[in-house]
Write a protein that binds this ligand. Structure first.
Ligand SMILES: *[C@@H]1O[C@H](CO)[C@@H](O)[C@H](O)[C@H]1NC(C)=O
Ligand SMILES: *[C@@H]1O[C@H](CO)[C@@H](O)[C@H](O)[C@H]1NC(C)=O
Length: 224
């Protein structure tokens, strides 16, 4: 077995535990369902059409129209079970770029606001989050799972599983470093051995040559 092959197979063997840990953690990822609790709009962007068509959208997802929201400065409250709810789902520890928009018949749609919608924005204990933009809107959202996901994640990070992870990681890193060091030592030793053998061979050959020289000299001596 060549050194290179040994290195390759030992590296892939070391990566296997990382891969197992990674798949374990990606499996524990869940997402939180976000609903709209209430909204007030402070203006409309359309002058021709008196009734605005307001919708919510996250990047890459479908539009969610808010069919009731037609008047400015009116507080619309929702139960979270309306036909168009929920607004979106937020994956664990990952934000989405979302916003409130208004359909525009002539130009491209108008933007109330677009922002990074993050699970960590939702506050315990009920998973509420308020978003307010002056002269545009004031909206409140609910996401109960976002809070529990955050709480579970931070609990396990600071306690048991987090520390276990650390120990496993430290052991893996130490064994990886040890393997590399041992392999390095073996390679260096082999190289040194080879060098020494070459040097010895060279010295041996030189000895022969020197011996020839001496013999030549001796021959010369006998001739003289
Ligand atoms: C988006 O809308 C299309 C068609 O209305 C539907 O087939 C699709 O499932 C929707 N996607 C999501 C993520 O709701
Ligand atoms: C936004 O609306 C919520 C709920 O109606 C209210 O509690 C909050 O004070 C409002 N915020 C602002 C800045 O108006």
């Amino acid at each position: 077995m060549s050194i290179r092959y040994m290195l390759d197979s030992s590296v892939s063997a070391k990566l296997l535990p990382f891969w197992i840990l990674f798949s374990f953690f990606s499996e524990s990822v869940s997402s939180g369902v976000v609903t709209l609790d209430s909204i007030v709009i402070f203006k409309t962007h359309e002058w021709l059409n008196a009734k605005p068509k307001v919708y919510f959208q996250c990047k890459g997802e479908n539009k969610t129209e808010l069919p009731d929201v037609k008047k400015v400065h009116v507080l619309y409250s929702f139960k979270g079970e309306e036909s168009w709810q929920p607004l979106t789902e937020l994956p664990d520890k990952k934000c989405k770029r979302c916003g409130f928009y208004e359909k525009d018949t002539i130009k491209s749609d108008d933007v109330f606001e677009q922002w990074e919608f993050c699970p960590s924005d939702f506050k315990a204990p009920h998973g509420k989050y308020a978003r307010f933009k002056e002269k545009e809107f004031n909206a409140t959202f609910s996401c109960v799972q976002c809070v529990t996901v955050n709480a579970v994640a931070s609990n396990s990070d600071s306690h048991g599983r987090g520390r276990g992870m650390h120990i496993v990681l430290v052991i893996l890193i130490i064994s990886l470093v040890t393997t590399v060091l041992v392999l390095g030592a073996v390679v260096t030793y082999k190289y040194w051995q080879k060098k020494r053998r070459e040097q010895e061979q060279a010295r041996f050959l030189k000895l022969f040559e020197d011996g020839d020289d001496i013999e030549d000299e001796l021959d010369l001596g006998t001739v003289i």
